[in-house]
Design a protein around this ligand. Structure first.
Ligand SMILES: [Zn+2]
Length: 149
């Protein structure tokens, strides 16, 4: 089953991930935390990859991180997205990773390790989800530092 007018499937909410989607709808980036060993994990999963415990709660994650990798999607195109679509893999400062699309950005401005932040936006399919952007000032501070030194 897809969202009308697109090939995007509806989000599948389960016992283990509903907290994440509800948090995103409220503009909060949440991650699971094992209540036995305190390991953070994302994406949501039923058990802890470290100690196998099924007990967990959720904590709010940092919205800042660094770009680990990215890809530029040209095809296939779906009316739910703007192309070229940049999809990034971010190392969040709190220690988990997140995959999300970027706001429209010149992909030549991206580099491994560049500072990015997460914000929330309603996507064309009507869901509020995390989206990535370069941190404000990225690039500008480099120019300023070059001008000073
Ligand atoms: Zn654990």
């Amino acid at each position: 089953m897809t969202i009308p007018g697109t090939a995007v499937p509806h989000l599948v909410r389960t016992h283990d991930n509903v907290f994440w989607f509800d948090g995103a709808a409220e503009g909060r980036l949440l991650v699971q935390r094992c209540t036995d060993c305190e390991t953070l994990r994302h994406p949501p999963a039923p058990s802890c990859p470290r100690c196998r415990s099924f007990d967990w709660d959720s904590v709010e994650s940092s919205r800042q991180g660094t770009l680990h990798s990215w890809t530029v999607v040209h095809h296939p195109q779906d009316p739910a997205f703007t192309y070229p679509l940049l999809v990034g893999l971010v190392d969040l400062d709190t220690g988990t990773r997140l995959v999300a699309d970027f706001e429209p950005t010149d992909h030549d401005a991206l580099a491994v390790g560049c500072p990015v932040e997460v914000y929330f936006a309603e996507h064309a399919h009507g869901e509020v989800l995390p989206r990535l952007r370069l941190r404000p000032g990225h690039g500008e501070s480099d120019v300023t530092q070059q001008g000073v030194s």
